[in-house]
Design a protein around this ligand. Sequence first.
Ligand code: DAH
Length: 334
Amino acid sequence: MKEQIEQLRETFLAEIQTVGNVQELESLRVKYLGRRGQLQGFFKQLGQVDPKERPGIGKLLNELKSLFETSIAERASQFRRTETREKIDLTLPGRKPPLARKHPLTQVLEEIKSIFLSLGFSIADGPEVETDYYNFEALNIPRWHPARDMQDTLYITEDVLLRTHTSPVQIRVMESQPPPVRIIAPGRVYRRDTPDASHSPFFHQVEGLCVDKGVSFADLKAVIAEFARRMFGEDIQVRFRPSFFPFTEPSLEYDFNCVFCRGKGCRVCKQTGWMEISGAGMVDPNVFTAVGYDPEVYSGYAFGMGVDRIAMLKFAIDDIRLFFENDLRFLSQF
Ligand code: DAH
């Protein structure tokens, strides 16, 4: 019987080598391990074996059983591995890693910068956390002035605040150099505003300042109009309205055509047909005095513009809040 058992071991080991797939492996398992299989046959005969030899034979049979089981399991896992490998379709196109791109505001800001650089302006910078002096006082807005009401902000201390506009950079630049000056200052600004389609508690401005001998209102108008044409095309209309800012005299506000309704009036332009871009004017003599420029010798113009509004016009976006929600479905369109 020992020989027969040895025989069975050898045929099994030879046979399992020839098994080519899962189905064949399963019939092999039934043949050797099944209830009516070969091994079971031997177990059944065990009763007739000489009791002295019985334990030894039993041990052999048990060893054989576990050999069958482990060999079959190993073969099965081999088949499983090759099967998954075959399931990978190498002809499928690869998955593209998403490419980063510039935020629409960054794109517009870069365009604004390059237009002004080509007009002879250079780029200046100032802090977003500003002092009361630079944000208000030096710009001819004393503490009691009602113009402060429109520019409420977050105060860090009595005298330190989040800047409400980029105009303080005018003062910082003039303090640091003698005339002539021709700069733009792009950056983020903060205001106590309730968010809606056209307001956000933070937004972006580009400040402009040009100071020299003999600078006039005509220069200001020409630069703004030229900017509008380069940004939006020859047919853009620009409107100048008289206004008031403490740091300019005289002051104006300028608007571009609303691109959504082409001037008819809609939600975005609040039914006016115009998009308010920002303010401008001739630098007030008090501002020159604050930085030590002689207002009798020098004159200059200044302007601010809302980058977010320009971007909205440029890309036909009707809600400023979309810029700040970090929704890739929105951002990836630009
Ligand atoms: N700083 C003003 C604002 O935020 C905009 C502005 C008006 C800037 C007139 C100027 C200017 O430089 O001359 O509303």
